[in-house]
Design a protein around this ligand. Structure first.
Ligand SMILES: NC(=O)C1=CN([C@@H]2O[C@H](COP(=O)(O)OP(=O)(O)OC[C@H]3O[C@@H](n4cnc5c(N)ncnc54)[C@H](O)[C@@H]3O)[C@@H](O)[C@H]2O)C=CC1
Ligand SMILES: O=C(CO)COP(=O)(O)O
Ligand SMILES: [Zn+2]
Length: 347
């Protein structure tokens, strides 16, 4: 069965409609999970906790002790609202899946497609939970969020191009189950966003970008729900991002690069790899590059704040991050990694 949000509000002032929405859903006692810079958007003063204080790390491990802890912490409320960026939303979604309470997603920015997806990405590999029962995207708030966050949303959307290529490749070379309709849906979301961004100078100079990116991210989450897997939105480019996250964590690297920014870089690397294999037109690689430049998302490893050794190591380890067949196949050795990083001008 495919479950997608029952209500999706994407408009100016949407956050003021939360009471009305709760009433429609017959919910009365919400608990908000939010971040320190987004608590101000809990305008109705619902009880709240910061995602940072919910022992974030424990959530990645699904054992009985953690389930008990979550149930005890969230037991008295009849629904959970995630208000904030990707982390607030992920923690809220996870808590909702453990407590079986409905989850309402209230993104205050548009940085990744966890907004409406059934995926929880607190660990690698990610796992399936329930999607939000409703999404409340207040454009007044989202358009004022930091540009870096809004730009990273584009990186998470262009990812769909390489993710779908990887999915098809896995079908051809590894006999994996593949859904053409899901793939077309996911790819179209990315192509339409790229087209809008790249023509924005002639159209509205990105005035509509906040609304477009939120809608694209919600749709991408729905593509994941339809496929019942993150396959349509996560391929080799996400493996690169997960690999970078691992290096950051293990090496205690203090760098605030965002998920979507890292995935944007990954998309440039692997779209170039697909061009090299003759499976993608070079024009498409350039369209992706152009769109990331226009929204000012990083297009090389230095703009992302790392040196080239980090890029090489992340790329050489990427295939080990999860069991998912991609153009990485059995992994890139150092020579191949450097070659493609140079060709895609990441280093
Ligand atoms: N479930 C899924 O399918 C996915 C989940 N994720 C999750 O998302 C996380 C990354 O999310 P991001 O949003 O990139 O980072 P984040 O959640 O760490 O947010 C970055 C910062 O921006 C702040 N922020 C959010 N809205 C703001 C606003 N309007 N004004 C000022 N500050 C604001 C946040 O409070 C936070 O301090 C990953 O760690 C992963 O757990 C990422 C991709 C997909
Ligand atoms: O980030 C995601 C989709 O954009 C989720 O993908 P993962 O399954 O790789 O965590
Ligand atoms: Zn992503």
């Amino acid at each position: 069965m495919i479950t997608i949000p029952r209500y999706t509000l994407v408009e100016n002032g949407a956050i003021n409609k939360i009471p009305e929405l709760l009433e429609k859903l017959n919910l009365k006692n919400p608990l908000v999970i939010t971040g320190k810079s987004t608590q101000k958007y809990n305008k109705l003063g619902y009880d709240y906790i910061y995602y940072q204080e919910v022992e974030y790390e424990r959530f990645g491990k699904l054992n009985d002790e953690n389930r008990k802890y979550i149930k005890e912490s969230f037991g008295d409320y009849d629904c959970i609202l995630g208000i904030g960026g990707g982390k607030s939303i992920d923690v809220a979604k996870y808590a909702s899946s453990i407590t079986k309470k409905p989850f309402i997603s209230v993104p205050t920015t548009a940085s990744n497609d966890g907004i409406a997806s059934p995926i929880v990405s607190l660990s690698v590999p990610s796992f399936m939970a329930e999607p939000p029962i409703a999404v409340v995207g207040d454009i007044d708030i989202i358009k004022k969020s930091p540009k870096k966050l809004l730009a990273s949303g584009a990186g998470d959307i262009v990812s769909n191009i390489t993710a779908v290529l990887d999915w098809k490749l896995a079908h051809i070379e590894n006999n994996e189950k593949y859904s053409e309709s899901s793939a077309i849906f996911s790819k179209t979301i990315a192509e339409e966003l790229i087209e809008y961004i790249n023509n924005s100078k002639n159209k509205d100079n990105l005035k509509e970008y906040p609304k477009k990116i939120v809608k694209a991210l919600i749709a991408s989450g729905m593509a994941i729900a339809i496929a019942h897997s993150s396959r349509p939105a996560s391929g080799s480019e996400h493996l690169f991002s997960h690999s970078l996250d691992k290096l950051k964590k293990e090496g205690n690297i203090d760098n605030k690069s965002l998920h979507g920014e890292q995935c944007g870089i990954g998309t440039l690397i692997f779209s170039k790899a697909y061009v090299e294999e003759g499976r993608l037109d070079n024009k498409e690689y350039h369209e992706i590059l152009k769109s990331l430049k226009i929204v000012k998302s990083p297009v090389n490893i230095f703009e992302l704040g790392y040196d080239e050794d980090v890029a090489i190591e992340a790329l050489c380890n990427a295939h080990k991050l999860r069991k998912r067949y991609t153009i990485l196949r059995n992994g890139f050795d150092k020579k191949k990694a450097i070659d493609i990083l140079e060709k895609s001008q990441i280093i």
